[in-house]
Design a protein around this ligand. Sequence first.
Ligand code: SF4
Ligand code: SF4
Length: 158
Amino acid sequence: MGMKDKREGESCPEACQAMCCRYVTTKIDAPRTKTDWDEIYWFLCHEHVEVFIEARKWYLLFDTPCRGLDGRSRCVIYSTRPHVCRQHPSENCEYWGEEDHDKVTLRSPEDLKNYMKRRGLRLRMAWDDPDTATAGGKVAPRSPVRTNRKRQTRRSKE
Ligand code: SF4
Ligand code: SF4
């Protein structure tokens, strides 16, 4: 899909209902070990949490709107909005920008299992076999937030 045509007089939140203000995302390390894959599985067991892979980088996404949005999808804390929002490029944002056809989005544990299957990853995870988990093979999850910070900025409202 190419760039959408920006209609004259159309402002950001009216056009897209402030898509970029309705989630939080942070970069995470690409999973390498069984513990890493288990952690991804743990993330995806939660509602409103996604993991996506873009340009070979991994991100965690929380699908939750900003408290700064009003009922008309406008930012009511515009003058004190975070720096990350001020830097968000509207010309290449989620709504106006080019779609990345190589982007992979995992929205559920099933998505993860299918992704691992497609990649030929046969790791014998605890969640593949309930007997393994009861035998003590279950891996304890670590903290979901790692050291790398935000994937991208948020677009400010004009
Ligand atoms: S920057 Fe893009 S995604 Fe964000 S409010 Fe404007 S049009 Fe919507
Ligand atoms: S611009 Fe930033 S602070 Fe304002 S509503 Fe959007 S995400 Fe929230």
